[in-house]
Design a protein around this ligand. Structure first.
Ligand code: ADP
Ligand code: MN
Length: 570
């Protein structure tokens, strides 16, 4: 990417040439008000530390004020507080003595050198006070304190540490908490806030702020409409920096599940990458997670251990892997589709279908002549058949939106949800695809469009009859016989089918058992744990099949319901 180009994913043009030495901050972080405040605070703390180092015994007054009695973290701090209090009293006494000695005399003596509290702290405290009391809201008049923090005379003498004043000051300070901290109109309600309550609230406020920052970070993990999260930006950065891509340009499409960019290809492993590439970034948001889970479950190719972890990033990665694997399979079988170039986590680089940065139109939007439509229909059916026969794949989301028309060729795209024909729902998915295809071409005016059932039979080579439920029940029957056939041939077997079957059998048995138990009064037998166990045991045939299925690398029995649970929770 040339230096003056702004990257498609927003923000300033990154310097692709320099290696990534540290995790980049997101723009959101850099612009964050909280971050600015935090840095400011750190700077102030540093400054205060420096000051302490220089002045030796200056006590961190903020810490002392913020800490309620009994809440100090150490005896040392407690001692310091007491000492500070004592020093102040001592200074107040000196002030009084000073006044006493000087009276109205023009020549005055000063006890300054005998003071214990450092003048710097006194100044700070006074400034602090002024800042706090500065407000348009006029509540009870605030007594004026002299430099030693004392107001009034004789019996009416009050210090600025007077509980009432402190409590009111705490209320004001509470109002300085971050805006999201709902304080209400505590002053007008005349709320009094003792130090220990104020300290708790303050702590809570800090925790809340941290928590919201964490949540905000979490949000940063997901890819929002067009903006990409930091990790995805890093992947794109590496692709460009490593030379696979020369540049990443404009957005071709931004949908619910992915953002597709146009990119200019570079080279990879000494091989040329297509001149124009489509870069599909799978969104890591969870909106369609459940949906994805259903497609991955039951596909033996993707039922490895990772799936157990239920981490959305991993699911997205598997999802992207699925698209890559399906594209490769299709390419090998000569089905027109984008050539897959490389996959990095949730970023899939593939050949761009189109020219000069102009993507090929979706079949839905391509204004084709009648002849072209006939041709597209032919190609579509042919592609579907090849996909089923040669690749053992069902697209599972085939529609006029996932087919591109380019140079008189119909390309199938968006194959992430494509399932193996062994998937327990493959046939239903196929019937849905057939329905979409038939309806589209029929409404587009193509002659002799097969209805979905005929198309289904054509693609699968089956001869199912009837329509609707009748057709579906034959699909069910066929699926069962197909599973058995596969078992006989010793092929891999979908885990889900056996799992569900076993569960159903157990449930039926349990019901029967319950029934028997209710009818007979023979308690002994029913409560005998051995009998129960024997009854609960797997039937040997199914057990054998599950073992085989496990050996083939599918998931474990115990994990399966969790997965369903998690998916449903989303
Ligand atoms: P989604 O899951 O978001 O629908 P798709 O794979 O269908 O993702 O891509 C979205 C859109 O991006 C497509 O409709 C198409 O217009 C465009 N697109 C995707 N892949 C390519 C490609 N290889 N070449 C050209 N355009 C593409
Ligand atoms: Mn699509």
């Amino acid at each position: 990417m040339s230096a003056d180009q702004t990257p498609a994913w927003g923000g300033a043009a990154p310097c692709w040439g320099s290696p990534a030495t540290e995790t980049p901050w997101s723009l959101k972080d850099v612009m964050s008000e909280e971050l600015a405040q935090q840095l400011d605070k750190e700077e102030q703390e540093q400054h205060m530390q420096d000051l302490n180092a220089r002045k030796g015994d200056i006590i961190d007054i903020d810490k002392l004020v913020d800490m309620a009695p009994g809440e100090t973290c150490s005896d040392y701090m407690l001692a310091q507080m007491l000492q500070h209090e004592f020093d102040r009293e001592h200074d107040a006494f000196l002030d009084k003595e000073e006044q006493h000695w000087n009276g109205s005399s023009k020549v005055k003596i000063s006890f300054k050198n005998y003071r214990s509290v450092h003048p710097k702290i006194q100044e700070d405290e006074v400034e602090d006070e002024e800042e706090i009391w500065e407000d348009d809201y006029k509540d009870d008049p605030v007594p004026l304190f002299n430099k030693s923090g004392i107001s009034g005379k004789g019996k009416n003498i009050i210090t600025k540490h007077d509980p009432q004043i402190t409590e009111r000051r705490n209320v004001r300070r509470m109002e300085q908490f971050p805006p999201e901290f709902d304080t209400g109109d505590s002053r007008r309600m005349n709320v009094h806030l003792p130090n220990h309550v104020y300290n708790r609230l303050k702590r809570h406020s800090v925790e809340e702020t941290k928590r919201s920052q964490r949540l905000h970070e979490k949000k940063e993990y997901s890819t929002t409409d067009m903006a990409l999260d930091a990790k995805t930006r890093l992947i794109l950065y590496k692709l460009v920096n490593g030379g696979t891509l020369e540049s990443v340009e404009g957005v071709i499409s931004s949908g619910k599940e992915s953002v597709v960019f146009h990119g200019t290809g570079g080279s990879m492993n000494n091989a040329l990458v297509p001149d124009e590439c489509a870069i599909k970034v799978f969104k890591t948001t969870l909106s369609t997670f459940k949906n994805r889970c259903d497609y991955i479950r039951g596909d033996v190719r993707f039922m490895k251990d990772e799936f157990k972890k239920q981490n959305p990033r991993i699911i997205i990665k598997i999802w992207a892997e699925k698209e890559l694997a399906n594209l490769k399979k299709m390419e090998n079988c000569g089905i027109p589709c984008p050539k897959a170039v490389v996959l990095k986590k949730n970023v899939l680089v593939m050949e761009f279908i189109g020219q000069d940065q102009k993507p090929a139109p979706k079949l839905r939007n391509a204004s084709l002549s009648a002849a072209e439509l006939e041709c597209a229909y032919e190609q579509c059916i042919n592609n579907m058949r090849q996909m089923y026969e040669k690749c053992n794949l069902v697209h599972a989301d085939l529609s006029a939106y996932n087919m591109l028309w380019h140079n008189d060729i119909l390309y199938f795209i968006d194959v992430a949800q494509g399932v193996d024909t062994m998937h327990p729902h493959a046939k239903e998915f196929l019937l849905r695809d057939c329905s979409n295809v038939s309806e589209f071409f029929k409404s587009a005016g193509v002659h002799d469009v097969k209805n979905k059932y005929a198309l289904f039979n054509d693609i699968t080579g089956l001869n199912l009859v009837g329509e609707g439920k009748e057709f579906l029940s034959q699909i069910e029957e066929y699926k069962k016989s197909e599973e058995m056939l596969r078992m006989d041939k010793g092929k891999a077997y979908p885990f889900d089918y056996f799992f569900e079957k076993e569960m159903k059998e157990r449930e039926d048995k349990h019901k029967k058992q319950q029934h028997l138990f209710d009818e007979s009064s023979s308690e002994d037998e029913a409560s005998d744990p051995d009998t129960m166990l024997r009854k609960e045991a797997l039937n040997p045939e199914t057990e054998e099949k599950i073992c085989l299925s496990l050996k083939l690398g599918t998931t474990e029995t115990a994990e399966e319901p969790d997965c369903q649970q998690d998916c449903d929770d989303e």
